[in-house]
Design a protein around this ligand. Structure first.
Ligand SMILES: [Zn+2]
Length: 107
């Protein structure tokens, strides 16, 4: 004769979707000024290195297609510690979103 074992912690919490695996970067091309948004997947795109992670990415905008090789170093908390980019520059999310707005009418 036995007792049924009751399992705890079996509740499923449905949470709204949050992209916890993605890290977003924003860059702007030096030549044509196009802005690009990039997503790095913590699980698949980042390589481990001592003290954190490194992300290698050749960014290409969709206007002039000039490659912008970028390297981003992050600590174990996925905080950017160092970032370099050629042929362009990193910009803030705010700057990216502002650049998405339609340009004003020329006078
Ligand atoms: Zn460009």
């Amino acid at each position: 004769m036995g007792f049924l074992q009751r399992l705890f912690g079996g509740k499923k919490n449905k949470k709204p979707y949050v992209d916890t695996r993605g890290i977003y970067f924003y860059a702007q091309c030096d030549r044509c000024g196009s802005v690009v948004r990039l997503r790095a997947d913590k699980e698949y795109d980042l390589n481990r290195e001592s003290g954190g992670f490194v992300w290698h990415k050749t960014i290409v905008d969709n206007r002039c297609f000039r490659p912008m090789p970028a390297v981003v170093h992050l600590d174990t908390g996925y905080k950017v510690t160092q970032q370099t980019i050629e042929n362009g520059r990193f910009i803030t999310q705010e700057a990216y979103e502002a650049a998405q707005q339609p340009a004003g009418e020329p006078e």
